[in-house]
Design a binder for this molecule. Structure first.
Ligand SMILES: Nc1nc2c(ncn2[C@@H]2O[C@H](COP(=O)(O)OP(=O)(O)O)[C@@H](O)[C@H]2O)c(=O)[nH]1
Ligand SMILES: [Mg+2]
Length: 318
């Protein structure tokens, strides 16, 4: 278990290389380049955090917190700010315990998000995770907008060894969910994962469609635990934040999945999302294979951000 946790953390550290370079290398030169903690220091820090996609609101909160601590603790050396900054970022991301109850209950997980963010891939990964925990999984292809979407999901279902329920192209997504609920009940499934089409360009339509799907689930499967995950593309930075806000207006979101965190420089967006929306980021996607989904832990994330990985050390240390 400890070994597993270690390997997991190492992968997180290496996945965040670009985000780390984007944020932490700037911070390092700030902490070591400045000789005193003055206004210029704070301005530079503000710029690094904003450029690192932490978001305006979180950045100001972090700066206020830091200024206060620096004053309180009579800190004079910029280098002594580093740990305080790390603690402030962690504090900003605290939104209480993140629940993963759906993993252990009879549940329905609705996965929403705009096209291309990684919904289908995330469902495949989640199915794989649940299957390896011995859960019985049914997958509903309620993205009936494109025929290819169903085929892609079917491949993931096969890979994860989960049951697949699809519909004709252009058919009613709520009807597919209806069939999938029937299948989940008949097979005594643990978790039903529902893929949806991500059309946000018309919020009213989206809301109506989600309402209809929700009504079907409430009526046909009232005892199932409900989870609604919004999938966001981590490489899109502030755009992901604004998508999350729009979806939060259209549906009751219980969690966020931030994908493509491998290789993006914009991973700081996760701070903005938790801090501004107060919705937990439950998973992060760190690659395209079935094993590339990790539970998100804010403290691990911040620690990984400030931990140099071995490659960087090899290249940069004298
Ligand atoms: N590198 C990387 N690629 C991802 C990740 N998640 C999804 N993708 C890729 O993003 C593309 C779109 O994913 P898809 O699941 O089809 O998005 P959907 O339209 O929301 O269902 C695919 O090429 C996926 O392989 C991730 O965590 N990391
Ligand atoms: Mg899809």
């Amino acid at each position: 278990m400890a070994e597993e946790k270690k390997g997991f953390f190492r992968r997180l550290v290496s996945g965040l290389t670009k985000t780390r370079q984007n944020i932490v290398s700037g911070l390092d030169s700030l902490f070591h380049g400045f000789s005193s903690i003055d206004e210029e220091f704070y301005e530079e820090l503000e710029e690094i955090l904003i450029m690192g996609d932490l978001g305006v609101k979180a950045t100001y909160a972090i700066l206020d917190d830091l200024r206060e601590k620096v004053k309180e603790q009579h800190i004079k050396e910029p280098a002594d700010c580093k740990q305080l900054l790390i603690d402030s970022i962690k504090a900003q991301m605290q939104i209480g315990e993140t629940a993963y109850e759906f993993e252990n209950r009879k549940s329905v997980v609705l996965v929403i998000g705009v096209n291309g963010v990684g919904k289908t891939t995330t469902i495949g990964k989640l199915a794989g995770k649940l299957r390896s925990d011995g859960k019985k999984v049914v997958i509903a292809a309620a993205d009936t907008f494109r025929a290819a979407a169903g085929d892609q999901l079917k491949e993931w279902a096969d890979r994860a060894n989960a049951e697949f329920i699809g519909g004709q192209e252009g058919s009613d997504p709520a009807a597919v969910v209806y069939d999938a609920v029937a299948a989940a009940k008949a097979r005594k499934a643990d978790v039903l994962l529902c893929d949806t089409a991500g059309r946000l360009h018309n919020k009213k339509n989206l809301m109506e469609e989600l309402k209809k799907i929700n009504r079907v689930i409430e009526r046909e499967y009232p005892d199932a635990y409900r989870e609604t995950l919004v999938v966001l593309d981590g490489t899109t930075g502030q755009n992901a934040l604004s998508q999350a806000k729009q979806f939060a207006e259209a549906a009751e979101i219980t969690g966020i999945v931030l994908t493509k965190m491998d290789g993006t420089a914009k991973g700081g967006i996760v701070v903005a999302i938790q801090s501004e929306l107060g919705i937990p980021v439950k998973y992060i996607g760190v690659g395209e294979t079935i094993d590339d989904l990790q539970k998100f832990d804010p403290d691990d994330f911040v620690n990984a951000l400030f931990t140099a990985d071995s490659h960087e050390e090899d290249g940069e240390e004298e």
